[in-house]
Design a protein around this ligand. Structure first.
Ligand code: S3P
Length: 446
C-alpha cells in the first residue's frame, strides 16, 4: 500500500445517542496465525472471517512468496494449500511486512528454521521497531541475521539447516517473541521450551494444537511454561476467525461516552488473555453485557451489548497490561470522559508499538484540552466527568490505533478533533469510518 497520500479526517461531537449493531472485522492476531499455520500444514486450510486489513494481506503475500498457495473465494473464504513443516521455499524478492510487527516477528521465527535466505523489510514505522527481541533467541537456534544498526529492519536472514530447539525465557511480556520461538521450534528436532514471566495472548499455542502439534502449557506463577514437540506433521485445519476485541474496543468506548447510546457488537473474541479492557471498563462502572457466549473455532466468543454510561476513574495494575496491551489509547479516551483520575501502570511496552504509544496517547489527550501526565511508565488521565474540550489536531505517527482513538474522542468533544492521517486505520479495521458513521458518529474527510 502506498502511503504517500495522507488522509486527514475530522470527528465531531455526536448529535445524539449512538445506536445500532456493528460487526467488527476478524481478529488480527488469529488471522496472521491462520495463514501462517495453513502454509506450514499439509493439505488445504479454509479460513472464514479472516481480517482483510493491510497487515494480514502482507502475511498472505509473504506466504505466497514462500511457496504456499493462498487464494480467496468470491464468498470471502480463504484457502491455503500448505507446504508442510520445513517445506517453505526461498522467496524471489524482499518480503515487505508493511506496518505489521506481528507479521514481521512471527515470520522471523518461521524463517529461522528453514534453510533458505530471505530479506525482510517494512514501512517507516516498522523500520523503527525493535527486532533484536527475536533476533537474539533465533540466533541461538542457529539462524544468522544481518540487520541495520540497533537490530532494525531491513534484515537479511539465513535460516538454520538443522535448527536447535530452544529453552528460552522471554525477557519482555510479548506474545510475538514467544510465538517466534515456538514457530522456529516447529522445525527443530526435539523439545522447545519457552518460559514467559507474564501470560500473554495464547493464540499460537491454541492454533498449534488445532493443527495437530503436541503442546503443553504449565501455569507458573503469573506466567507460563510452554513446551512444543518439534517436527510434527501439521494437518490442515479449518479456522473460524472471531471478531477482534481490539477493534471492538473503539465503537464500545464511543457508545459508553455518548449518553443514551445502545450498541451491539456481535461475535467478539473473548479469549481471557485479551479481555483486560472489558474488566477495566467494568471497574469503571461501564454498562457492558456479554450475551450468547459460545466457543467458535476453539476460541470463546460472545456478543457485546453496551449502553452510554457515566464512568469513574480507576487504577489499572501493571499486571493487566499483557491482556489489554493494544487498548490503552482507547482506554485513555474513555478515562478522559470519566469522573476522577485514571492511572494506567506499567506501560513500558507501549513505547515500541506502531508508534511510541505512551507519548502519542498523552499528546492526543493534552492537545484536546485534557489534563494528562506520564510518570515513569504510567499514564495518568484526569477525567472531565462529561464532554472534553477537543479542538486539537492529532498526529497519528502511522499508528492505526492512535487514529481511531482520536476519532472516538471527537464524538465526546465540544470542538471537533482532527487527525493528520487516518489512512493507517486500514491496517487493522477496514470500514471503521463507515461503521462508526452508521452508528451515528460524525466522522468525515477534510
Ligand atoms: C500481538 C501481540 C502484541 C500486540 C500485537 C499483536 C500478536 O504484541 O501488541 O498487536 O498477535 O502476537 P507484543 O506481543 O509484542 O506485545
Amino acid at each position: 500500500m502506498d502511503h504517500a497520500a495522507l488522509r486527514p479526517m475530522v470527528s465531531r461531537r455526536a448529535s445524539g445517542p449512538l445506536s445500532g449493531t456493528i460487526a467488527v472485522p476478524g481478529d488480527k492476531s488469529i488471522s496472521h496465525r491462520a495463514l501462517m499455520f495453513g502454509a506450514l500444514a499439509v493439505g488445504e486450510t479454509r479460513i472464514t472471517g479472516l481480517l482483510t486489513g493491510e497487515d494480514v494481506l502482507r502475511t498472505a503475500a509473504a506466504m505466497r512468496a514462500l511457496g504456499a498457495e493462498v487464494t480467496c473465494d468470491p464468498d470471502g473464504v480463504w484457502r491455503v494449500a500448505g507446504r508442510g513443516v520445513g517445506g517453505l521455499t526461498e522467496p524471489a524478492d524482499v518480503l515487505d511486512m508493511g506496518n505489521s510487527g506481528t507479521a514481521a516477528r512471527l515470520l522471523c521465527g518461521i524463517l529461522a528454521s528453514h534453510p533458505i535466505f530471505s530479506i525482510m523489510t517494512g514501512d517507516a514505522s516498522m523500520r523503527r521497531r525493535p527486532m533484536r527481541r527475536v533476533i537474539d533467541p533465533l540466533t541461538l537456534a542457529g539462524a544468522r541475521f544481518a540487520s541495520r544498526a540497533g537490530g532494525l529492519l531491513p534484515l537479511a536472514i539465513e535460516g538454520a539447516p538443522d535448527a536447535l530447539p530452544l529453552d528460552y525465557r522471554v525477557p519482555v511480556p510479548s506474545a510475538q517473541v514467544k510465538s517466534a520461538v515456538l514457530l522456529a521450534g516447529l522445525n527443530a528436532r526435539g523439545i522447545t521450551r519457552v518460559e514467559e514471566p507474564e501470560a500473554t495472548r495464547d493464540h499460537t499455542e491454541n492454533m498449534l494444537r488445532h493443527f495437530g502439534a503436541t503442546v503443553h502449557v504449565e501455569i507458573a506463577g503469573g506466567g507460563r511454561i510452554i513446551t512444543l514437540h518439534g517436527q510434527p506433521e501439521l494437518r490442515a485445519a479449518d479456522v473460524a476467525v472471531p471478531g477482534d476485541p481490539s477493534s471492538a474496543a473503539f465503537p464500545l468506548v464511543a457508545a459508553l461516552l455518548v449518553p443514551g447510546s445502545s450498541v451491539t457488537i456481535p461475535s467478539v473474541g473473548l479469549n481471557p488473555l485479551r479481555t483486560g479492557l472489558l474488566l477495566t471498563l467494568e471497574e469503571m462502572g461501564a454498562a457492558v453485557t456479554i450475551v450468547n457466549r459460545r466457543v467458535e473455532g476453539g476460541e470463546p466468543v460472545g456478543d457485546l451489548v453496551v449502553s452510554g454510561t457515566a464512568l469513574r476513574g480507576v487504577d489499572v495494575p501493571p499486571g493487566r497490561a499483557p491482556t489489554m496491551i493494544d487498548e490503552y489509547p482507547i482506554l485513555a479516551v474513555a478515562a478522559s470522559g470519566a469522573t476522577g483520575v485514571t492511572r494506567m501502570r506499567g506501560l513500558k511496552e507501549l513505547r515500541v508499538k506502531e508508534s511510541d504509544r505512551l507519548a502519542a496517547t498523552a499528546a492526543l489527550l493534552s492537545g484536546n484540552g485534557i489534563r494528562v501526565e506520564i510518570d515513569g511508565d504510567d499514564l495518568i488521565v484526569h477525567g472531565t466527568g462529561g464532554t472534553v474540550p477537543g479542538g486539537g489536531l492529532v498526529e497519528t505517527h502511522m499508528d492505526h490505533r492512535i487514529a481511531m482513538a482520536a476519532l472516538v474522542l471527537g464524538v465526546n468533544s465540544e470542538q471537533p478533533v482532527r487527525v493528520d492521517d487516518a489512512s493507517f486505520i486500514d491496517t487493522s479495521f477496514p470500514g471503521f469510518v463507515a461503521l462508526m458513521t452508521g452508528l451515528g458518529a460524525t466522522i468525515a474527510d477534510v
